[in-house]
Design a binder for this molecule. Structure first.
Ligand code: NOJ
Length: 694
């Protein structure tokens, strides 16, 4: 009987194999739809090429676009490919974020894993795994261990294309220029764009909004978009110095290539697709990761009141740090960042990454005493590691540096990688000095090394001049924030400073990647008009100033998400305006829920968020250079419940340029579901706190 069963099983296996071989003819075109049926991905092997296309409600988003990989010394996946297997799955789960824009995240998707096999040359296959969510799609390459791919595998090209259409409107920053991700958002027809970082945001002729990005960038190089021909981009992977783009071995998988899709611009902000395509938390209990607000010895250097090094007025002195700690304790801030505290800042620190010492303080800064003083006042020192992008110098000292901070009770470290794009220093095994890119596989590996070393010591990382965010905060919740765009500092010295539309651009572009340490809250809106403190410390051009009203500075705490938010200005500037400062003291940074209510890319945006601790709601709205009347509905508040709305809004004649301080602070009783009108000035904004009436 058993023998008979075995024969039957063998017969079934032969039948299955015959079906699998016959599959190419039947499976030339496979369709995967999102759970709500609105998004459809069509995957094909027509012409022997792997390709996909994406439609929303039957209208094209991505026209037929190729897929594939090329290697330096192995046969690749480019031509003579056939679909030989396909496996479907679906999921509907909800998972909880330890901190974030919302506590509960729903992951509902359908999946199709398609095997493309080579029909010529050595036997080999790649799986392209697609997931379709209601808010977009993701796909990645998966290569199993196989004889044809044995040994070190050097990827020289990823053939992924995105045919978005020549006239599709695009919002992006350039990807190959010296200032890394720190460019003003550009806009124009996709057909005219040469290269772009992701997230890049689009609106096509059918009015469909979408954003191309990637998720879970681990041990691979970052992808940017390069024009292949007008309206069609290909995935450009950053290369190693003098080498290929990615060095790996099978089995491996690529990061997810993502396309968030929505019928309205705010739908992109409300999407959780990037997080859903990352792996769950690997760190276990992360109750030591602390969202919150901080102040610091920072803006004073950017406006040239102080210096990082000792050639001017050194900022990071023990006394000055204590002054900030006292201020933080008085006003309820959790942390005090101190920059310029360690050896290495004197002179040309931009180009002297070799000199930084991460365990040695300047003589006028008593690190132990400052950390102790802070803890005694219920505040924590926030550490700072500026590396000037000399990675070897930093990695040689990193573990000792984190040990030191851990011993002193530091829970958060801001890292920095100031250097031009392509100037990251790596000393190789032979002692040769190499130059890498900030978004190379080398730096992708480095950042995770930092995050893992920090996690071992219960320290969270806020990286400046980072690699872009791809949602790894889900897997490593101690990667608490990062920069990776033009932040507030450009308003101190940026010539040109950030224009009034900047934050309404960021909300729909950079912010789709994840939290940003923008460092809002500047209250002295003309910092460079003050006389210099010393003739050898001249201020920057007075045209460098925040091009916002005061109310908009407050709105940024709600609009630009980060679980850590700085109150970036000098203590004395806050104490001069206690009424406006109250909003910064009240606003939370960790959210139960977040809802982008209304907005258009680069014009305006209004976002509501509910605090995790207080359950109060906060609303932030910002405009570009135009004045606007927003007609919102308080549909996010509990229906029928009364709330005290504390409103900080632009005064009637407010204008970022001529009258930035005109602000009205008023209180109103509102009810969930009420209509709620807000007038935003040119360069203006509004911030509202809704306190439930008990
Ligand atoms: C650039 C960072 O963005 C800024 O925040 C920091 O103050 C300087 N580097 C010095 O590390």
């Amino acid at each position: 009987m058993r023998r008979y069963r075995n024969i039957l099983a063998a017969f079934a296996a032969v039948l299955w194999a015959a079906w699998a071989l016959a599959a190419p003819a039947r499976a030339e075109s496979l369709v995967l739809t999102s759970p709500d049926g609105r998004i459809a991905i069509t995957i094909s092997d027509a012409g022997g090429e792997a390709s996909y296309e994406v439609a929303f409600e039957g209208r094209p988003v991505i026209a037929r676009s190729r897929l594939g990989l090329l290697f330096a010394a192995h046969h690749g996946f480019e031509r003579d490919l056939a679909i030989t297997a396909a496996a479907r799955a679906s999921r509907d789960d909800t998972w909880e974020q330890p901190w974030g824009e919302r506590r509960q995240v729903r992951d509902r998707h359908n999946e199709l894993a398609v095997t493309f096999s080579a029909t010529t040359g050595p036997a080999r296959s790649m799986v392209v795994r697609f997931r379709a969510f209601d808010d977009g799609i993701g796909f990645r390459y998966e290569l199993g261990a196989q004889a044809a791919l044995a040994g070190e595998l050097a990827i020289v090209e990823e053939l992924t294309q995105f045919a978005v259409g020549e006239t599709t409107q695009m919002w992006y920053t350039p990807s190959d220029e010296f200032n890394r991700y720190e460019y003003l958002t550009r806009t124009g027809a996709a057909g005219k764009v040469d290269d772009a970082h992701t997230p890049a945001t689009f609106r096509n002729g059918d009015g469909i909004y979408f954003s191309i990005h990637e998720a879970a960038l681990v041990d691979y190089s970052a992808m940017s978009l390069g024009a292949l021909r007008p309206g069609t981009f290909e995935a450009r992977l950053r290369n190693w110095s003098g080498g290929p783009k990615v060095i790996t071995r099978a089995p491996f998988h690529s990061p997810w290539r993502t396309i968030q899709i929505a019928p309205a611009a705010v739908g992109l902000i409300n999407s959780d697709l990037i997080l859903n395509l990352n792996e769950p938390n690997k760190l276990g209990d992360v109750s030591w990761v602390e969202p919150g607000k901080y102040v610091g010895i920072w803006w004073a250097m950017h406006i040239r009141d102080r210096t990082w090094g000792r050639e001017g007025i050194h900022g990071a002195t023990t006394d000055e740090a204590k002054r900030y700690i006292d201020f933080a304790a008085r006003h309820g801030f959790a942390g005090v960042l101190v920059e310029g505290w360690n050896i290495g800042w004197d002179g040309d620190w931009f180009n002297n990454g070799d000199l930084f010492r991460f365990t040695e303080a300047m003589p006028d800064f008593d690190l132990e005493e400052v950390a102790r003083y802070a803890l005694a006042k219920g505040v924590r020192l926030i550490g700072h590691h500026e590396t000037s992008a000399n990675i070897t110098n930093y990695e040689n000292q990193m573990e000792a540096a984190f040990d030191l901070y851990q011993r002193l009770g530091v829970r958060q470290v801001k890292t920095g990688y100031v250097a031009d794009a392509g100037d990251v220093v790596r000393i190789d095994a032979k002692g040769i000095r190499r130059y890498e890119w900030h978004d190379s596989q080398f730096m992708v590996r480095h950042h995770l090394k930092v995050v893992e070393e920090a996690a071992r010591r219960q320290i969270s990382i806020n990286a400046h001049e980072p690699v872009k965010d791809t949602g790894l905060r889900r897997t490593y919740p101690n990667w608490i924030s990062r920069e990776g765009a033009r932040g507030m500092e450009f308003n101190a010295w940026g010539t040109p400073p950030n224009p009034p539309e900047h934050e309404a651009m960021l909300a729909f572009t950079r912010m789709l990647a994840g939290p940003m340490d923008f460092t809002p809250g500047i209250f002295d809106l003309r910092p460079n008009e003050r006389p210099p403190l010393r003739p050898d410390m001249p201020r920057s051009d007075p045209s460098n100033r925040p091009q916002t009203t005061l109310a908009k500075q407050l709105a940024l705490y709600v609009v630009l998400y980060s679980p850590i938010q700085m109150a970036a200005d000098l203590p004395e500037n806050y104490e001069a305006r206690p009424d406006a400062f109250q909003f910064i003291k009240d606003v939370e940074t960790d959210w139960e829920q977040s809802i982008a209510l209304a907005g258009e890319i680069g014009d305006y945006v209004a976002i509501a968020r509910q605090g995790r601790k207080s359950k109060e709601w906060f609303l932030g709205a910002v405009s570009d250079e135009e004045a606007r009347d927003l007609a919102l509905t308080l549909s996010f508040l509990e229906p029928g419940r009364q709330y005290r709305a504390q409103i900080y809004r632009d005064g009637a004649d407010a204008d970022w340029d001529t009258n930035p301080y005109a602000m009205v602070i008023e209180e109103k009783l509102v009810t969930g579901g009420d209509a709620f009108a807000l007038r935003l000035a040119p360069g203006g904004g509004a911030a509202v706190r809704f306190i439930p009436v008990t």
